[in-house]
Design a protein around this ligand. Structure first.
Ligand code: AHM
Ligand code: MG
Length: 347
């Protein structure tokens, strides 16, 4: 029957699933790999699908639960961000691929219970970023960062989590919006997948995303303007004037949900800014579960991420909840922002 061999490549038009894409690219990039990272990501996507299902029901929280309030039986009902946190931990801890985890929702690291095998990777995540927007039906997201284990004891340690962003082997996010989209990179291109709810699979919808070199959007919470330092104020003034790389005013777009603001700017081009301010002198956003993974995505899509004075991926984390100012997006716009902090343009 040799003459009847089927060319499976002709099936590509039906859509490349995330499962196929990640397995194929891992095999191509590291033929000796045993599929650990692939398996880890597939478990993470399983958790994402469950979180997507629950966020879609968020308008029904008072009826179905996940409110953070007390139900009629007098029991405290879990909040959606705690629920997402639990789902990720429970779907990942038994896989044998992780040595330790860290979540924005936990003060300390999350160890792997003794009954499960210890693996070669460490996972840091923000289970549901922007969750204060849930009640208004605004897009929210899960952010993740994976690093290779560096400790050598019987179990993972804080050291495995406290690594510079440039050591990440994989990072990305899932955005729960008008559709559920996941974007990831292993350092070889940035790819986006949209969840097809009819089959429960993420299908490749945004192959090899490149952020425009220069954008036309700036995203910042301008309500904090009078609390910012001089470079941040002058920078935002510049984006509103013609004294910027574009030569005309940028549009202002701010959702207040980091993943949604970042994702829009990744596709359309632009810059997201969360500067240090008088209330949060180190910045509001967290280096490990927020800035690092998005910086890894931005860099691999041709963009940049900085605090203004230091590239995000070079920062040595001092603690699990280390906070940083974050300026991230199109390369020329971020370089322009850096010039304000380096004593150049108007600093
Ligand atoms: P969270 O991790 O508690 O959800 O806070 C992070 C969120 C980001 O999604 C968003 O970029 C930022 O906080 C918005 O902050 P602000 O309301 O100060 O503009
Ligand atoms: Mg967050």
């Amino acid at each position: 029957m040799a003459g009847n061999a089927v060319n499976h490549d002709c099936e590509r038009h039906i859509g490349i699933s995330f499962t196929e894409h990640v397995a194929e690219s891992q095999h191509r990039l590291s033929p000796a790999a045993r599929g650990e990272l692939t398996s880890l990501l597939l478990h993470l996507m399983m958790a994402a699908k469950i979180i997507a299902r629950e966020t879609r029901k968020a308008g029904l929280v008072d009826i179905l639960g996940l409110t953070g309030r007390t139900n009629v039986q007098g029991e405290k009902v879990q909040k959606l961000d705690d629920y997402a946190d639990d789902i990720i931990i429970r779907n990942l801890r038994y896989t044998g691929h992780l040595c330790v985890m860290s979540s924005e929702e936990h003060e300390d690291i999350i160890t792997i219970p003794e009954r499960y095998a210890i693996g070669n990777y460490a996972l840091t995540f923000d289970p549901l970023d922007g969750s204060s927007n849930i009640d208004a039906n605004v897009s929210i997201g899960t952010i993740f960062s994976i690093q290779r284990r560096v400790s050598d004891g019987p179990t993972g340690t804080r050291q495995d989590i406290l690594q510079r962003g440039k050591n990440q082997v994989c990072a990305g996010y899932i955005i729960y919006g008008s559709s559920t989209i996941m974007v990831y990179t292993t350092g070889h291109g940035v790819h986006g997948f949209t969840l097809d709810p009819s089959v429960g699979e993420f299908l490749l919808s945004h192959p090899d995303i490149r952020i425009p070199e220069q954008g036309r959007i700036y995203s910042v919470n301008e309500g904090n303007y009078y609390r910012w330092d001089a470079p941040a104020r002058k920078l935002v003034e510049a984006f509103k004037s013609e004294e910027n790389p574009r030569g005309e005013p940028y549009s202002s777009r701010y959702i207040g949900s980091l993943v949604a603001d970042f994702h829009r700017n990744l596709l359309y081009g632009g810059i997201f800014i969360y500067p240090a301010d008088a209330k949060s002198p180190s910045g509001k956003l967290r280096l490990l579960p927020e800035a690092n993974p998005l910086a890894f995505v931005a860099h691999n899509a041709g963009g940049l991420a900085t605090t203004g004075t230091q590239r995000i991926l070079d920062i040595e984390p001092k603690r699990l909840h280390h906070r940083v100012p974050l300026i991230i997006g199109s390369r020329k716009d971020v370089e322009f922002a850096e010039s304000f902090y380096s004593g150049g343009t108007g600093a």
